[in-house]
Design a protein around this ligand. Structure first.
Ligand SMILES: *Cc1c(COP(=O)(O)O)cnc(C)c1O
Length: 383
């Protein structure tokens, strides 16, 4: 996969660039596939590609993983399902948001499988789908989507209804998978095992990325990783020590470099006052580009960092809509037009997300439309 040569590394008119390493993405998928098959019990490794594949572009993501051998994809909405169908005729595609009212025909024409979440959806599907396969979602503790356990038991007793349905997958979703010590994980596992026993021949799927790292019992027949494929932290502890390869690098360009004198302020609200004479670079990239405003810095509470020419440098002042300021005092050879890494191989997305009091997912899925997109290796350093 050397798609990198099709795309220019440098677009003179763009103020920022997003580099997406599809090889690393495929490596992450193979790593998880191998991990869930280590014990010898076969487990299918699917992929979650909702929200434009967590920001990395859904068609590129699907092509890359299907070349690597991935056969099953999960998206949130039926429209996302169509995007996957358009780039892959054979893929098995599940719609996590379920069956939208009155839309069975369109799911079937496009061979999309709903994840049935309620009795209403189940009945509607049974009346329209002629036994076309669907997944069944049983809730075991999220209280978000899915049948309550008692309703799943009742469904199983309703032989006439069951006879009209083909379940190709039984799923549930962990609430606290990112904390393997949470007692909730074991409770959800055992509730799910009880439900699975009622549907003996239906393949079972419990784990998102985090679940995969909770041990073999959580792997079952199929896993549904998202965030780990994209290089994000699946477990809380991965924020410090992440076994996955980074897949995305985000860079903004320096628009201006200025001298700021001791005790002058930088940015809106004069929120940060510099303690010494400083060299401040104004970088293109702000909250309109998905760089969360909460990452900014104030005199009292310091903010996130950026990375340039081998140096980790602090943000100064608030993040604006289109730009932010960084302190480049002491970094040699910084000039207008240089690229600054906002997150990527030198600055983990988890570290940035921590400063912004959010999670890796929000940074990835919020990446704006203004970046030039480059598909290729992340490279070593910005400059
Ligand atoms: C989003 C989602 C996933 C993927 O979760 P990650 O934490 O990104 O691995 C898996 N299953 C369901 C039901 C989801 O909604």
């Amino acid at each position: 996969m050397s798609s990198s040569c099709e795309y220019p590394k440098f677009n003179p008119l763009s103020c920022g660039r997003l580099t997406i390493d599809l090889e690393a993405y495929a490596d992450n998928w193979r790593f998880l596939r191998d991990k869930v098959n280590e014990d010898g019990n076969p487990t299918e490794c699917a992929a979650v590609v909702k929200a434009d594949a967590y920001g990395i572009t859904v068609d590129k993501a699907v092509k890359t993983l299907s070349n690597a051998g991935c056969k099953t994809f999960f998206v949130a909405t039926p429209e996302e399902g169509l995007l996957v169908r358009n780039c892959h005729a054979e893929a098995i595609i599940y719609i996590l948001n379920g069956l939208l009212p009155g839309c069975s025909d369109q799911y079937i024409i496009n061979t999309l499988r709903p994840v049935l979440n309620t009795k209403h959806e189940i009945i509607e599907w049974s009346e329209n789908a002629n036994g076309y396969p669907a997944a069944l979602h049983v809730d075991t503790g999220m209280n978000r989507l899915g049948l309550r356990e008692e309703d799943a038991r009742a469904l199983c007793e309703d032989k006439t209804l069951i006879a009209k349905l083909t379940f190709s997958l039984l799923i549930t979703h962990l609430a606290c998978g990112d904390s393997p010590r949470s007692l909730m994980n074991g409770c959800q596992l055992s509730s799910f095992q009880d439900i699975c026993a009622l549907f003996p021949n239906v393949p079972r799927s419990l784990s998102n990325s985090a679940g995969i790292f909770n041990g073999q019992a959580f792997h079952m027949d199929l896993v549904r990783p998202g965030i780990a494929l994209y290089g994000g932290a699946a477990l809380n502890e991965h924020a410090r020590d992440n076994p996955m390869k980074p897949v995305v690098k985000v860079e903004g360009r320096i628009l201006q470099i200025r001298n700021v004198k001791k005790h002058e302020s930088v940015g809106y609200g004069a929120a940060e006052i510099v303690e010494t004479d400083s060299i401040i670079a104004t970088v293109a990239g702000g909250y309109a580009d998905g760089y969360i405003r909460h990452s900014g810095s104030t005199t009292k509470i310091k903010g996130a960092y950026a990375f340039i020419k081998g140096h980790k440098v602090p943000l100064v002042g608030r993040v604006s809509m289109d730009m932010m300021a960084i302190d480049v005092t002491g970094v040699p050879d910084v000039k207008r037009g240089d690229y600054v890494e906002l997150f990527g191989p030198n600055l983990s997305i988890s570290e940035l997300a921590g400063h912004a009091k959010t999670i890796d997912y929000e940074f990835l899925t919020g990446l704006g439309k203004r970046y030039a997109r480059i598909y290729g290796p992340l490279g070593e350093e910005s400059g």
